[in-house]
Design a binder for this molecule. Structure first.
Ligand code: PRP
Ligand code: ZN
Length: 302
């Protein structure tokens, strides 16, 4: 029998305690206006401005916390969720997670890597070999898809040194910058899965109170994600050059156009969601804009 969890009126989000996703996850949630009081052991952060608490854990524990209903959300690599789901599917179980939002950081890929000296001819080359990984379900599925019979050796960490230690012929691991592979004289040869940090939750619906909090959080998160790369661009320009200026605005919403008292030129302001680079500013200037000013956006609510 499944134990009945006591009803909660606070939302709980699991994030990585330390590691690649820890700081960006916290910064993103803070940009949604959440603040916390930290417990002495730094495992639990009590939400102050809103009843939304953080649980600081190992990333590999996040899927379990979501699946068990201990946390309502988790910020975790899609790769970690996919591995758990692949394991469930292999046992004829449905997915336990719902991906609410892709968060745009922690981008990486799950790849097979082999010693630098190998000349790679394709997956069939792995036949009869031993491949070390922390992602046995995803690797097994990929090998089966490729029709390759190789041995999957599970290692919970330090996968990259397995070939040098003679524990495996090849590895299947997360590659971000590629630095770890290079340092271990390995080269990536096949990508199994592209990943980034996501906000995930259980498949089951939340109760009314937490559901409302979740909706509020998602609304703020959408604003935060949208404004992360957004800039407000302000400038002046003669009316006749507008047709050539407007297409140069990087992914901009319809600009506000104002008349400047006593001047011929118009003043414009445009919210740009694309990158406002120096090069783009120079192009705008050449096209007739002047007094260009780029401002960061602190908040946005659609
Ligand atoms: C992954 C992977 C490598 C490293 C690769 O570990 O296992 O060790 O990142 O990154 P690089 O290509 O930039 O060198 P991760 O940071 O996800 O930690 P974990 O496996 O211990 O959770
Ligand atoms: Zn991990």
């Amino acid at each position: 029998m499944t134990p009945v969890a006591p009803a909660r009126d606070r939302l709980r989000i699991a994030i990585q305690k330390s590691g690649r996703l820890a700081d960006p996850a916290r910064a993103l949630l803070a940009s949604c206006g959440l603040t916390w009081r930290e417990s002495r052991d730094r495992l639990f952060c009590y939400g102050e401005t809103l009843p939304i608490d953080l649980l600081l854990v190992r990333d590999d524990d996040i899927p379990g916390l979501i699946a068990d209903g201990v946390c309502d959300f988790g910020v975790v690599g899609r790769n970690v969720l996919a591995e758990q789901d692949a394991g469930r599917v292999a046992h004829d179980q449905a997915s336990a997670f719902r991906e609410w939002r892709a968060l745009g950081f922690g981008k990486c890929r799950l790849a097979v890597a082999v010693p630098e000296g190998w000349s790679w001819q394709g997956p069939a080359q792995l036949s009869g070999m031993r491949v070390a990984t922390s992602y046995p379900a995803l690797l097994s599925r990929w090998l089966a898809d490729q029709g390759v019979a190789a041995e999957v050796a599970f290692l919970s960490g330090s996968v990259e040194i397995a070939p040098r230690l003679g524990q495996a012929d090849a590895v299947c691991d997360i590659v971000s910058s590629g630095g770890t592979l290079a340092a271990n004289q390995l080269k990536p040869v096949a990508t199994l899965f592209e990943s980034e940090a996501v906000l995930a939750g259980p498949v089951a619906e939340l109760d009314a109170i937490r559901g409302e909090l979740a909706a509020l959080l998602l609304r703020r998160l959408d604003g935060a994600l949208r404004m992360r790369h957004s800039k407000l661009l302000m400038f002046q320009a003669p009316r006749e050059v507008l047709p050539s200026l407007l297409p140069l605005l990087p992914d901009a919403d319809a600009p506000t156009v104002m008349r400047v008292d006593g001047a011929e030129d118009l003043a414009l302001q445009a919210l740009c969601h694309g990158a406002v680079t120096w090069q783009r500013l120079e192009e705008l200037k050449r096209a007739g804009a002047r007094g260009l000013m780029v401002l960061s956006v602190e908040g946005m609510l659609a």
